[in-house]
Design a protein around this ligand. Sequence first.
Ligand SMILES: Nc1nc2c(ncn2[C@@H]2O[C@H](COP(=O)(O)OP(=O)(O)OP(=O)(O)O)[C@@H](O)[C@H]2O)c(=O)[nH]1
Ligand SMILES: [Mg+2]
Ligand SMILES: [Zn+2]
Ligand SMILES: [Zn+2]
Length: 384
Amino acid sequence: MFNSGNSNAICPYCLRKLKLSGLKFFCDPDEDNRHEVRLSIADRIKGRLPVCKRAFCKNKGQTVREAVCKHCGEQLPPQILFHDKYLSFCAVGVSGAGKSSYFTTLIHELKYSGLPWVLQAMDVETTRRAQLNEQLVYEERHCLSGTEAGVAPKPQLWTILDNSAKGDKIPTYALTIYDGAGEDCEHIDYTPLDAQISRYLAGARMLLIMFDPLLLPSVRVELPHETLNASMAIDRQTSAPANMVSMVNSLANYIRRAGNIAPGKRIDRKAAVVLTKIDALNEMLNGFASGATILKESPHVHSKGFVESDSEMVDLEIRDWLSRQGETAFLGAIDANFRDVRVFGVSSFGRPPDVHKRLAKIRPHRVLDPLMWMLAAEGIIPTI
Ligand SMILES: Nc1nc2c(ncn2[C@@H]2O[C@H](COP(=O)(O)OP(=O)(O)OP(=O)(O)O)[C@@H](O)[C@H]2O)c(=O)[nH]1
Ligand SMILES: [Mg+2]
Ligand SMILES: [Zn+2]
Ligand SMILES: [Zn+2]
């Protein structure tokens, strides 16, 4: 049973706390007969979803399947109320940094990696988008196109069922993913950003700051042109790495203002810095040393926990690599603003696309690591 007085549920759109009484419910037998269903006193006491009681309604006796947040008016899956934990990821990074590709492989890995979890989409839109991206990347083997800018991204709503727990009750976690357009992230703080995107940034439990190493001058001089071109978004202009520093600063300023946090105080939020496309760096002399931990397979999934020593090693290696590329300002900006920072390195595809932007068999590398970090912090998996 759901305890409506003790819920952590959050509306993924307006990020306000959600209660049973904060939702409006609807029964939708067909287009012409959609009608509101009110909570009965018993529903409120028992903390359960209402049932249609309308005479002659085709769905009479059935539990509602549609709800709307009373605060923001957005449609929500009613079952969103009944999760044990609420996790949310918001990705920021310049256009073409690899955010959407990353989430596509993350979802795929979550489903098929052998973790004792079952992943379910909570709404039609999430299912539809995941299928589209999955089809494009895993079947047609083609790169995604850029995410539409200037509109608030639809949050992707997932449920993770934790099969590892013993007993009758399976813990469930709501996982919300915000994957916006890089173009919009590049202007935070300068332009009146869409109110909704701003709320996502300010409200997400964990920020994923995606850093594209292929923008670094030291990498660009050394990599073959084909690799470079194939691994960059074609349809978008690319930004200089200096922009990453200002992006981090404006992001931090933005969150400070939204949360009323003094400039001298670090933001109390998990920030995962994710170096994307590390497959491309293998072709560089100046890349990671051949025995480096970052190039080894991730131990977290296999250990069914978060292996702290491995993650610390990877963090060190990437920081070291970035310093050798002269990129101390970027990490400096992140460390100065966020209290809890961890650096990760991932490859969504496992190797660069070919000159026609076609992908080889997808072999993601370490894409689950940032998620495992968050799950460990939430007490969902152990830290080992
Ligand atoms: N080599 C390599 N290239 C990648 C990888 N992931 C993404 N890319 C390249 O980066 C390009 C952009 O990736 P997206 O995932 O669309 O980037 P995004 O951050 O979502 O971009 P916006 O939606 O414009 O903000 C892709 O077309 C690929 O060419 C990777 O794992 N390895
Ligand atoms: Mg995108
Ligand atoms: Zn809402
Ligand atoms: Zn009805």
